[in-house]
Design a protein around this ligand. Structure first.
Ligand SMILES: Cc1cc2nc3c(=O)[nH]c(=O)nc-3n(C[C@H](O)[C@H](O)[C@H](O)COP(=O)(O)OP(=O)(O)OC[C@H]3O[C@@H](n4cnc5c(N)ncnc54)[C@H](O)[C@@H]3O)c2cc1C
Length: 464
């Protein structure tokens, strides 16, 4: 054993280790520092030091990332003042659908208030969060350092550290896996003789392709972001959002054989074939700043660590490592933040020494943060025939039909739009939409078709 402070013979009891310095890991480190004297974040990438920059461990950062209002609020609670810092860095806080040109699977949303949404580059978000978390002196990051396994306690029922590539193991009383979608925890647990979690998976085979642009400014433009959604009979869509002031990020999406191309030439052609020409019209005079980048592997996947009856003490899994979502609903970061808020609530009044033994309860509480987003993503994905996963049950099918009506209502009735975006932003639970007053409003639109022919632009926009 080496003699670094991490491995001081007395210190593991006051030491927590977080694997992965992405959003979930950094926020978790901040919260654990309220209970542990030292928190070490182990991050495989060498982290940028000069400012926000791409890094290979977060390849999804090249695709549009929106942070819904609930996520903004929770991150602000964990790191007071961060929203202003993000805005100073170039992020934008908009109202959706008010500030967007947004074509839903039914029709265009009117420009009415709904939910706040933070738009900016994922690199800016991670950079700003990291800077704020590292203001806490109990937290330090070991970057350029890969976790390769867990250290089991002598009792065979606990995790007491982490194995690192090319370095001595790190001893800790509490270990959090936040290594994201590539987490190796199931095999690490198996190596220690523990059970591995059941997995539930729904894959709609959604593909992404994204490209940065500059778009000539246009004083007549009345929108700040654009979203053309696909639907099962036309499963292609696109998002266009501003990133950090100067640039725009265009993300094209499509299911199965409709996955968007990653060639320079074909990108614009795909945009032209969407349900509305709005995205094509916005991009055809724009200057590309990059080639398109693709992303596949967008399945919803829940590793049910919360169901393990004899999971090890001193170990919890959060963020995408535990549950990831089809990214098209924009929920992953908000759920990661909600899970960390649940972790904070659980350990708030605990002695440090009691935290490791509470791992199973913490795992259940943090997992619960994923439920609403999981329900939304999987029931919507099950509308697509390409989707692989457990089939929709009767309740899901009834809810899908009702949600089609909610969508029609949200396109025409500002009150329904407000409640719909409350749910989509994870600010209010999905059953809000089943309240009697909402149901009455929704069902009063029963004659309006749920998949009307699409107009190129909404009436409130006028011609391009
Ligand atoms: C295409 C796409 C678009 C998305 N769009 C949105 C969106 O609009 N809104 C939204 O809220 N969410 C979105 N998401 C989801 C969001 O990116 C994730 O939910 C979020 O990044 C989860 O954070 P995390 O910290 O769990 O994982 P990550 O951010 O992926 O971080 C994991 C970290 O662990 C590190 N790591 C991995 N293995 C090791 C190891 N062995 N040792 C040490 N470090 C390791 C990685 O380098 C990385 O830094 C999108 C996802 C994708 C794929």
């Amino acid at each position: 054993m080496d003699d670094t402070p991490d491995n001081h013979p007395e210190s593991p009891r006051d030491h927590a280790v977080v694997l992965g310095g992405g959003l979930a890991g950094l926020l978790a480190a901040r919260v654990l520092a309220e209970r542990f004297a030292r928190v070490t974040v182990v991050e495989r990438d060498e982290l940028p030091t000069e400012g926000p920059a791409f890094r290979p461990g977060v390849p999804q950062s090249r695709h549009a990332h929106v942070l819904w209002s609930r996520g903004v609020e929770v991150i602000e609670e964990l790191l007071p003042g961060i929203t202003d810092k993000l805005l100073a860095g170039g992020a934008a806080l908009l109202d959706s659908p008010k500030d967007f040109l947004w074509l839903s699977p039914a029709d265009w949303f009117r420009p009415v208030p709904g939910a706040r949404i933070l738009l900016g580059s994922r690199e800016l978000l991670d950079w700003t969060v990291r800077g704020e978390v590292l203001r806490e002196r109990r937290v330090r990051i070991r970057d350029g350092c890969s976790a390769i396994g867990l250290v089991g306690g002598p009792d065979g029922r606990s995790v007491t550290g982490v194995r690192l590539r090319g370095a001595d193991p790190l001893r800790a009383a509490f270990v959090v896996d936040a290594t994201g979608r590539t987490s190796k925890t199931p095999s690490w647990l198996a190596e220690l003789g523990h059970r591995t979690p059941q997995t539930t998976r729904y894959d709609s085979h959604l593909g992404y392709s994204s490209r940065y642009f500059t778009i000539p400014s246009d004083p007549a433009r009345r929108w700040h972001g654009l979203y053309v959604q696909g639907r099962p009979d036309s499963p292609r869509g696109g998002v266009l959002v501003p990133v950090d002031g100067e640039r725009w990020l265009a993300t094209l999406i499509g299911n199965g054989e409709h996955a968007p191309p990653t060639g320079d030439e074909e990108f614009l052609g795909f945009a032209r074939g969407l349900r509305s020409p709005a995205m094509y019209d916005a991009l055809r005079g724009a200057t590309p700043l990059s080639s398109p980048t693709g992303f596949r592997g967008t399945a919803n996947e829940w590793r049910h660590y919360e169901r393990l009856t004899r999971g090890p003490a001193g170990f919890v899994v959060i963020g995408d490592a535990a549950c990831r979502f089809n990214p098209v609903y924009g929920h992953g970061m908000t759920v990661a933040a909600l899970a960390v808020a649940a972790l904070r609530k659980e350990i708030h009044s605990m002695d440090t020494a009691a935290v490791p033994a509470a791992a199973a309860r913490i795992q259940r509480r943090t997992a619960a943060a994923a439920e609403a987003a999981w329900q939304i993503a999987t029931s919507e994905d099950l509308r697509y025939p390409e989707t692989e996963g457990p089939p929709a049950d009767r309740t899901t099918r009834v809810l899908q039909r009702y949600m089609s009506r909610v969508m029609v209502g949200a396109n025409t009735d500002p009150a329904i739009a407000g409640r719909f975006f409350g749910v989509l932003s994870l600010s209010t639970p999905p059953n809000t939409l089943l309240g009697p007053s909402t149901m009455l409003r929704v069902l009063s639109k029963w004659r309006t078709p749920t998949a009307p022919p699409t107009t190129a632009y909404p009436a409130h926009h006028g011609p391009p």
